[in-house]
Design a protein. Structure first.
Lengths: 283, 266
């Protein structure tokens, strides 16, 4: 094909060059995302090392943390019986408790949220109670649940449940109450029954709100589990930290804190990912 | 007055904070099968209230509405509503929005493939078969309203209720949609009530134009019969004396006999 500018139909010759350009661009975009946090982390580590690096400082510097805990980092899967198990098992035990407590909170919270969102009577009756109960700190429930369940594990799970449920209830209720009148009218004209209305209109319309509540809930559960486990003992990341304190193993505590932070971050991301899947749109 | 749809002495009183407010009083109207009736009036004259009562979304305080011999007391798919702001469910595609209605109305009488065909057929009627999988936010205002009309049509209603469906659209889009509505009315012989603000729209589409007086206690002030042959073409119809007569009658009603108080002063 010969045009005014001569033979222009030779894209193949330019392809490798173009591909290289694109790769370069992608690498640059990647770097733009990765470099700032890496730099921040490096600076913070350096600062920490400088502040705590001297002999006799109260907290160990990062180099010492890595050296002291290298065995734990290297093999998170060991199992010497009792509470002497690798970090993987410790975290798994905590995640199990959070998983059970949070799932129950999600089911009950959504159900109660729908109830007070739908019915003004239920809203007037229950909302004041919820508003008071939600301000009770999670650990304040622990003695009561220990007395009620007479066992540490269900007590810890109950603390998670009671911590996570309030934001789920309140956000779900807001989500249900904000459903536009138009959607209700569509449902009425179509004569959708209760179940159809719930699955076809209420759930999709309020999913973003529900998942806001679920995200706050999972964050709070993860906060509460560490504190609860410190008190109830057994295998779990909370007790691991407490145990580290009792044995003056500060490096182990610091390592555990890093793991707790990272797991908390992924829990939050996991919930918002599930929310996006269910809603079929960004939430 | 008796017809396919009968509105009999309908009144509506709202309880407001400042006491009772009579929105509608003594509204009586009969509509024959296949008729296209528009209701026109100034804002706040209770047009939408009347339509909502016919839809069953709102209850008349006095009087009753009968459709095909049965009293209307709750909403239902035999009185499909095209809402002013389309009211499509934003998480469903155009197809799924219509299919939801089709599944609900014909779930027991049609097979899945028949329902699929019927959904597509109705979207084709409003010329939206090219955007089956688009979500409402990916569609223009006019297209959303087309899908809204398809959803209402797909219910195969006894009467189609259009609540100012083109109010939010620009003039060109409006004209296209009016043509589509005329085409559909011609093809399906559906009975319809449409609320509008637009005099030309009313004359072009209707068999009869119902003019409402201003509220409170709004009622039917006058009815104009439009004796134009169908199918009507926008440009040819506009040149006929009948069109001019109807237009004048409606304009006179709206701006001389029942001008809004604020406008009269100005």
């Amino acid at each position: 094909m010969t045009g005014i500018l001569g033979d222009v139909a030779k894209p193949a010759r330019f392809k490798p060059w173009l591909a290289r350009l694109r790769l370069w661009e992608r690498a640059r975009n990647c770097a733009a995302v990765l470099v700032p946090p890496l730099v921040t982390i490096a600076v913070l580590l350096l600062l920490w090392q400088l502040l705590c690096g001297e002999q006799g400082s109260a907290l160990p510097p990062p180099s010492k943390v890595v050296k002291d805990t290298w065995e734990l980092i290297r093999d998170p899967f060991f199992d010497n019986g009792g509470t002497d198990v690798g970090l993987f098992w410790q975290i798994l035990a905590s995640l199990k408790r959070v998983g059970i407590g949070f799932s129950m909170a999600a089911v009950c919270g959504v159900a109660l949220g729908v109830l007070i969102g739908q019915s003004s009577f239920a809203y007037r009756g229950l909302d004041p109670i919820f508003q008071v109960l939600r301000t009770v700190p999670p650990l304040a429930w622990l003695p009561i649940s220990l007395a009620a369940f007479k066992d540490s594990n269900p007590s810890a799970i109950f603390v998670i449940f009671i911590t996570a449920i309030w934001p789920i209830i309140l956000n779900t209720a807001v989500g249900v109450r904000q459903i536009p009148e138009d959607y209700r009218n569509v449902a009425r004209v179509l004569r959708l029954n209760g179940l159809e209305y719930f699955t076809k209109i209420m759930l999709p319309a309020s999913v973003p709100y529900m998942f806001t509540g679920l995200r706050i809930g999972v964050g709070l559960s993860w906060l509460a589990i560490v504190a609860a486990e410190m008190l109830v003992g057994g295998v779990g990341i909370g007790f691991f930290i407490w145990d580290g304190w009792n044995s003056s193993l500060l490096s182990e505590i610091i390592l555990a804190l890093i793991y707790v932070g990272i797991i908390g971050f992924f829990l939050d991301r996991a919930i918002s990912f599930i929310g996006r899947l269910i809603a079929g749109r960004p939430i | 007055m008796h017809g396919y749809l009968t509105i009999e002495q309908v009144g509506k009183i709202f309880d407001t904070q400042s006491g009772k407010f009579t929105a509608l009083a003594n509204v009586s109207l009969g509509i024959e099968k296949g008729e296209f009736v528009t209701i026109i009036g100034h804002s706040g004259c209770g047009k939408s209230t009347l339509l909502n009562i016919v839809a069953g979304l709102s209850r008349a305080t006095t009087g009753a509405v009968l459709l095909d011999g049965a009293v209307v007391d709750e909403p239902g798919p035999d009185r499909a509503v095209v809402f002013q702001n389309h009211s499509l469910l934003p998480w469903l595609s155009a197809y799924a929005n219509v299919r939801l209605a089709v599944d609900k109305v014909f779930g027991k009488t049609k097979s899945a493939s028949e329902r699929d065909d019927w959904t597509k057929h109705n979207l084709a009627l409003v010329h939206m078969d090219h955007a089956l999988n688009k979500k409402p936010d990916e569609l223009s205002g006019g297209m959303r309203q087309r899908v809204g009309i398809a959803r209402a049509l797909a219910m195969q209603p006894k009467i189609l209720l259009l609540d100012e469906p083109f109010g939010a659209l620009d003039a060109l889009t409006r004209a296209h949609l009016q043509d589509t509505v005329m085409e559909i009315h011609q093809a399906t012989k559906s009975t319809a009530i449409m609320i509008t603000h637009d005099v030309d729209e009313a004359v072009l589409l209707s068999n009869r134009i119902v003019m409402m007086t201003n509220g409170p206690s709004a009622t039917i002030g006058d009815i104009c019969e439009v004796r134009l042959d169908r199918p009507r073409r926008r440009l040819e119809a506009a040149d006929t004396p009948e069109y001019a007569r109807c237009r004048k009658q409606v304009l006179q009603f709206l701006y001389e006999r029942h001008a809004q108080v604020g406008h009269k002063a100005a």
